[in-house]
Structures are given as structure tokens and as C-alpha cells.
Design a protein around this ligand. Structure first.
Ligand code: UDP
Length: 249
């Protein structure tokens, strides 16, 4: 039974990093595909506008709070998520677990060559890690069947889908019935970071919930999308105030 907190109608799991890693490894012993998404404020706001995306998030098997904004929202609502569980850190912990628990990874996404470079990095840095397939994330709909066949014939247990949000969540949702993997995780730009082509924010920014600010400085063209962070917090504050009002009436 999941222990979740309701943030704008989306049930986010009340788990810390260790518990999230354990949940994913437990999925590996179950004979069905589990969809794992890592929403940040931008995705939560997009889901608030787009009922299809919201429904996809609601049907996930695990939803962890990738962004400091989602953790802040839980505090405003008095629901208190224990900590931020960034998607990139979640998969890094899984790579480390692969030393002792057998899990075969498939890396799907990024520009041509990125998944291959990420694979090289993983093989050089994690003991016993098994990467059973890679595939770039730029494809036409006529290639979908071949992609599914490639993933299934690789016998991957964990499929990392790095198509950016919300494309990856929609892709996982619409193909999960066809996939044999045990776990599918939407991982955004994680393969770019593993490949060494994109730098993650320094620890200081991560620690103080300012990763979004670092990203804004590095990728200023994202500012329109990032305006969803204050919009999301405003929405959550509205919900908080209206629930206070209805309690006092
Ligand atoms: N991407 C992809 N196929 C697409 C669109 C994007 O593989 O059709 C990749 C892109 O190359 C990048 C990642 O998806 O590696 C998106 O990274 P971003 O950091 O923008 O992720 P987000 O913040 O959207 O989760």
C-alpha cells in the first residue's frame, strides 16, 4: 500500500531516497511493468493544465519529488515530504545497487551517441553494471515497433527513458503494455549528464534547493518553462488558503 501526499491532485510518494531505491528494487521481483516518474514543479504545473498528463502521473507506480518546489509545496500544504528525491540521484543509487542485485539497464533517449557515451561512463564507474542496450531518443513513429522489439529482446529489467518531460511520461504510458521490462523510469536529461555533455549544478545549488536557478543561468532559453515554478507555488498557496477558509467556516 503506497503512502502518498496529494499535491494538486497528484499522489506523490512520501519516501526518502533510501526507501525510493528499495521500492524500485522490490519492483524487480514482480512480474509486471512499473512506471516511475520524477515530477518537478514544471511537470506538476503542466499536469495541472493537462488532464491527460495528470492521469498518467496518477497511474504511476512510484512518483518521487524531483524538485525542491514539490517538497516546498508539500510543506505549505502541511503534508511534509521527507526530502527531495532527484531522478538523477535515484538512478545513481540504482547503479550502485547493481553491484549486488542483478539488474539489466537499457538507456533510451538523447541525441545520437549520447546513450553510448553514458553507457561507457557507467561501465567505467560502476562494478557489475549491465547495460544491455542503448538507443537515441530521436525517432519517427514508423520506428516505434522496432524500438519496442529492441528493448524487449535485450531482456532489460530497467528501462531509462530520457526523452524530456512530458514526452517521456507519455511515451512510457502509451507503450507500457508492450514492454517486458520490470521498471520504466522517466529520467529527463540524465543521460546528457552521465555522458559528460551537460554539467549538473554544483552541490551548493542542490543543497539549498537552487538547482533551478543554476539551470536558468546556464540555459536562459528555459525561462518561459521555468515560470511554472512560481506559478506552481502560487497555486499551492491558493489551495492552502482555501482549505484554511473552509475549515474556519
Ligand atoms: N530528447 C530526446 N528526444 C526528443 C526530445 C528530447 O531524446 O524527442 C532528449 C534530449 O536530447 C535531452 C532530454 O531529452 O537529452 C531532455 O532533457 P531535459 O534536461 O530538457 O529534460 P527535462 O528537463 O525536460 O526533463
Amino acid at each position: 500500500m503506497r503512502n502518498t501526499v496529494d499535491i494538486l491532485g497528484v499522489p506523490v510518494d512520501k519516501l526518502n531516497m533510501r526507501q525510493s531505491v528499495n521500492t524500485v528494487t522490490a519492483f524487480l521481483s514482480q512480474n509486471k511493468l512499473h512506471a516511475v516518474y520524477t515530477p518537478n514543479a514544471e511537470i506538476m504545473m503542466e499536469a495541472h493544465r493537462n488532464p491527460y498528463l495528470k492521469d498518467i502521473l496518477c497511474q504511476a507506480d512510484l512518483l518521487v519529488a524531483d524538485g525542491a518546489g514539490v517538497v516546498l509545496a508539500s510543506k505549505i500544504l502541511g503534508l511534509g515530504l521527507p526530502e527531495r528525491v532527484a531522478g538523477f540521484d535515484l538512478i545513481k543509487n540504482l547503479f550502485a545497487e547493481a553491484e549486488n542485485i542483478k539488474m539489466r539497464f537499457f538507456l533510451f533517449g538523447g541525441k545520437p551517441g549520447i546513450a553510448e557515451e553514458a553507457e561507457k561512463y557507467l561501465l567505467a564507474n560502476y562494478k557489475n553494471i549491465e547495460v544491455v542496450g542503448v538507443r537515441s531518443g530521436y525517432f519517427s513513429s514508423s520506428e516505434e515497433k522496432e524500438i519496442i522489439d529492441q528493448i524487449n529482446s535485450s531482456k532489460a529489467d530497467i528501462l531509462l527513458v530520457a526523452l524530456g518531460a512530458p514526452k517521456q511520461e507519455i511515451w512510457i504510458h502509451e507503450h507500457k503494455r508492450l514492454l517486458n521490462a520490470k521498471v520504466c523510469i522517466g529520467v529527463g536529461g540524465s543521460l546528457d549528464i552521465l555522458s559528460g555533455n551537460v554539467k549538473r549544478a554544483p552541490e551548493f545549488f542542490q543543497k539549498y534547493g537552487l538547482e533551478w536557478f543554476y539551470r536558468l543561468c546556464k540555459e536562459p532559453w528555459r525561462y518561459k518553462r521555468m515560470m511554472d515554478l512560481p506559478r506552481f507555488i502560487m497555486k499551492v498557496l491558493q489551495v492552502r488558503l482555501s482549505s484554511k477558509k473552509s475549515k474556519t467556516v
